[in-house]
Every structure is written in structure tokens, then in C-alpha cells.
Design a protein around this ligand. Structure first.
Ligand code: SAH
Ligand code: SF4
Ligand code: F3S
Length: 464
């Protein structure tokens, strides 16, 4: 595995860009980043913000008047892409009013040739388009474009791991910690392996170093990120799998929680569930996407597990951790799915009783095998199935909420509540409880007893 050091790779641009920015703008330039998609992208944007502040940009949420506007995009469904095209369109007018404005597109959309062609032809005011493999070269791209280079289109070929990129985190108490990049699974509907490249794991020393920094800076809730964290370490010369990594992070000193996503059922092992149950800092939450309850559809999706195998994993998880919260992803209307197949998804949802679900209607993705499959069911019909699934889950979610009444939970207060005088905290699972409190509670663990359920869980504090 090849590792690159950002400080070395971008050395000259990190040195030269601050002066160039002063020359071009004559004041502190402002950068506005829009992030779409999954936590991996949120985490990437934190590194992009780190690079930008390092060279002298000030961050803003306002695109109008900003000197640099960057769209960090997602390609997982058509809808995600359409939103980006619409929002970039709106930038044209801002740029007319502000000559020195630089507009850029990066992330998963920008890794696709078809998107690059569209940018070249129809979006002449977009200055820089760069893919996920070359994100660390942002200072270079900005330097070149601001020095008068023509529009930049770069997707890169290398799939190296780049370390030492500065990070500007969005929050102090919750932290994203990528442990691996890419995906080798090629589920037949999914674009991610094409836009994120082959699976590669960060070295444990780099992960532990970042975890320690997070903890030292007050982080109380660390989420380990990867498209399939269960295959962490595969093919690497260090001898550590995901369960081993979890244990190492659990052993770090401090009062914090560890979460992780995503686990693929085909690689989820008894060893991992055992490790979870033994590590007191690992949250009692397992996000285990099953996508479909029908073996026939799972096979067409190239998921490489069966309904039976999935249910046996859930049974094992519940036996080892009776208080575990389970969540999942589901695709409705995969090509060739019948109502009978869909009913198997519904029955699985009823059997497992997830605390929440992320549900999607199938969206054909350019270049994936599923794009070419016959898809006779209308969008309208799929919409009806989708609503049926949502209704089923709503009932289960409410029942699970009612089960919490009278119980006490240790929550991490991380936000204001919906009404004045209330604060909100996350349990060790997935629930959010509101209670009387104030700003000073943010970032603290507080014991809260649930008294009632309305739209939210209402609780009272019973000490810290
Ligand atoms: N690596 C993760 C998921 C990444 S994408 C995993 O394997 O679970 C997040 C979710 O988006 C997927 O779990 C799937 O439910 C959904 N998804 C991916 N491609 C999709 C498509 N073409 N249409 C609809 N939903 C899709
Ligand atoms: Fe996509 Fe499957 Fe990889 Fe998840 S495991 S990112 S769904 S190909
Ligand atoms: Fe989207 Fe890329 Fe994540 S396609 S879901 S942002 S890995």
C-alpha cells in the first residue's frame, strides 16, 4: 500500500498560495463549501476546510460574495446529482457580479467522465473539477487557476492513502474518523466502487493518532467510517482486523463513545459482535444494511448473503447485546422486484424491529450492471410500496419509543431542544431525548429518565 504525505506533496503550493491570495483579493478571501452525500463526504469536507484555512481562506456559509465556492458531491442516486446541477446553475449570477470568484466541483460526481463532459460543455463558469482521488491537490489547483491556468479537470488514477491533511472539524464533541476508503463489493446497483476506487485501509498508527487528537480536543463520540468497515485490514501487511482496531480504540483513555459505519452483512462476524459486546465504549448500535428481504433480489443485487444469514446475525447481535439499536438501508423497486419480493422485505422489517431505516427507491446509475436490467414496475407503483414500508416502520418506531418510558439513559448532550429551555442528547443507541437544561450541558454525558413520548422522547435529568 502506498501512502502519501500531503505536506510533502503540496509543499510548494502551501507556501505560495497565501501570498497569491493576498495579491489577487487584497483581503482575507472567503470560501463556501456545500457538502452532499454520506459521512465520508462530510469527513472529506472537513479536510478540504482544513486545507483552505491553512492557506488563508475564511469559511462562510454564504455563496453570494464568496471568493471560492466548492460543491463536494454525491452520485449515489439521480436525485442527489440533480440537486447539484440545479445549485451550480444558481452560481452563474453570483459569478457575474464577482469576477474573481472561483467555482469548483469535487467528490463522487466529479469522478465520472460523463459529469466532466457535461461540466466542460454546459457549465463554462465552473473553474475546477476534481475527483475523489486527488482531493489533497486542492492547493495546487487553486494556485494554478488563480495564476491564469485554463479550466482544470482532474480525476487522477492513483488510489493512494494521503495522510497529514489538516482537518477543520464541524463540531467539537462528535468526530468522523475515516479508517478506510473505497469499496470492492460491486453491489450491482451501486456507483460507489466506481467513484471511490478500490478498498484501502489506513494504517492503524495513523488512525490511533487521529483518535487520540480527537479525544484530547474534547470529542465524546467518534464514528469510524468506511463503506465496509468489516473488511478493514484485508490485504494489508499490518496484522489487524476491524474487531482488533475497535478494541485498540476502546483501550484509549478517556470518556467517549465509539460508533462505526457501515457494516456489510457478508463480512459481519461473531468475533465483531463479541468485541462490540465486550468493549464498554462501543455504542450499542449496529447499522447493518440488508437492502432486500428476498433472496432472489439479494442475488441480483450481488450482495452475497441470504435472508437467513442476515437474520442469524441479527439474532446473534440481540443475544449478545439485548439493548442494541438496529438500523438498516433498504432499496425498494430494484429491477425485476415483484410485490411478493417486496413483501419479504416488509416481513423482515417486522421481524427485526429496527429503530430506524434509511429507505430509497432504486435509481439507475450509469455504468452499473443493474442499470441494464429490465425494470417493468412503474415509478408510481414503487412509490406505493415505498409508502407501505414507511408506514410499517412508523408503527414499529413508535412502539420502540414507548418501550423507553420509565427507563434511564446516559445521553451525550449535543444540541438545543426544539423548544426554549430544552436540550437534546443522544443515547448510546440511536434515540434522542430532550430534557431541561442549558448551553452549558453541551458536550457532557447526563443521565436522563424518559417520562413521555410525543413527537420526541421527553425526559428529566437525574444527575450526571
Ligand atoms: N457501503 C454502504 C452503503 C453506501 S450507499 C453499504 O454497503 O451499506 C448508501 C445506501 O444507498 C445503500 O446502502 C443503498 O441502500 C442506497 N443505494 C445505493 N445505490 C443506490 C441506487 N442505485 N438506488 C437507490 N439506492 C441506492
Ligand atoms: Fe455500494 Fe455495496 Fe460497496 Fe456499499 S458495499 S458501497 S452498497 S458496492
Ligand atoms: Fe454519495 Fe460518494 Fe458517499 S456517492 S453516498 S458521497 S461515497
Amino acid at each position: 500500500m502506498n501512502f502519501l504525505d500531503y505536506r510533502e506533496e503540496q509543499k510548494q503550493y502551501i507556501l505560495l498560495l497565501p501570498d497569491l491570495l493576498k495579491k489577487v483579493y487584497g483581503r482575507t478571501p472567503k470560501a463556501c463549501i456545500f457538502t452532499y452525500g454520506c459521512q465520508q463526504n462530510v469527513s472529506d469536507s472537513e479536510r478540504i476546510k482544513g486545507m483552505l484555512t491553512q492557506v488563508g481562506y475564511e469559511l462562510t456559509d454564504e455563496a453570494e460574495g464568496a471568493d471560492f465556492v466548492l460543491f463536494n458531491t454525491c452520485a449515489v442516486r439521480g436525485h442527489a446529482e440533480d440537486r447539484v446541477y440545479g445549485n451550480i446553475g444558481a452560481m452563474k449570477h453570483y459569478k457575474k457580479r464577482h469576477n474573481g470568484m472561483i467555482i469548483a466541483l469535487c467528490g463522487c460526481m466529479a469522478q465520472q467522465e460523463i459529469v466532466i463532459d457535461r461540466m466542460k460543455k454546459s457549465y463554462p463558469y465552473v473553474d475546477i473539477v476534481f475527483g475523489t482521488h486527488v482531493q489533497y491537490r486542492l492547493p495546487e489547483f487553486l494556485y494554478k487557476r488563480l495564476s491564469g491556468s485554463s479550466r482544470i479537470f482532474e480525476i487522477g488514477e492513483s488510489e493512494k492513502i494521503v495522510e497529514e491533511i489538516p482537518v477543520k472539524r464541524d463540531g467539537q464533541f462528535k468526530g468522523w474518523l475515516p479508517i478506510m476508503y473505497g469499496c470492492n463489493n460491486f453491489c450491482s446497483y451501486c456507483i460507489v466502487p466506481y467513484v471511490r476506487g478500490r478498498e484501502r485501509s489506513r494504517h492503524p498508527d495513523d488512525i490511533i493518532k487521529e483518535a487520540k487528537e480527537l479525544i484530547a480536543n474534547g470529542c465524546k463520540d467518534i464514528t469510524l467510517l468506511g463503506q465496509n468497515v468489516n473488511s478493514y485490514g484485508t490485504g494489508c501487511d499490518f496484522n489487524l482486523n476491524f474487531a482488533g482496531l475497535l478494541k485498540k480504540i476502546n483501550d484509549l483513555e478517556g470518556d467517549f463513545r465509539i460508533r462505526f459505519m457501515t457494516s456489510h452483512p457478508k463480512d459481519c462476524t461473531e468475533e465483531l459482535l463479541d468485541t462490540m459486546s465486550r468493549c464498554e465504549k462501543v455504542a450499542r448500535h449496529l447499522h447493518l444494511p440488508f437492502q432486500s428481504g428476498s433472496d432472489r433480489i439479494l442475488n441480483l443485487m450481488n450482495r452475497r448473503y441470504t435472508r437467513e444469514k442476515y437474520l442469524s446475525l441479527i439474532k446473534m447481535a440481540k443475544e449478545k447485546m439485548p439493548d442494541i439499536s438496529l438500523t438498516s438501508d433498504i432499496i425498494v423497486g430494484f429491477p425485476g422486484e415483484t410485490y411478493e419480493d417486496f413483501c419479504e422485505t416488509l416481513s423482515l422489517v417486522k421481524e427485526v424491529r429496527f429503530s430506524s431505516l434509511f429507505t430509497f427507491i432504486f435509481s439507475p446509475r450509469n455504468g452499473t450492471p443493474a442499470e441494464k436490467l429490465p425494470d417493468p414496475i412503474s415509478r408510481e407503483e414503487k412509490g406505493k410500496w415505498f409508502d407501505e414500508l414507511l408506514k410499517t416502520q412508523e408503527v414499529i418506531g413508535k412502539e420502540l419509543s414507548l418501550d423507553t418510558v420509565g427507563k434511564t439513559y446516559r445521553v451525550l448532550c449535543d444540541d438545543f431542544g426544539r423548544v426554549e429551555g430544552k436540550m437534546a442528547g443522544h443515547t448510546n443507541g440511536t434515540a434522542v431525548i430532550e430534557f431541561d437544561g442549558n448551553e452549558e450541558d453541551i458536550g457532557k454525558f447526563i443521565n436522563v429518565k424518559v417520562n413521555a413520548v410525543s413527537n420526541i422522547l421527553e425526559g428529566e435529568r437525574i444527575g450526571e
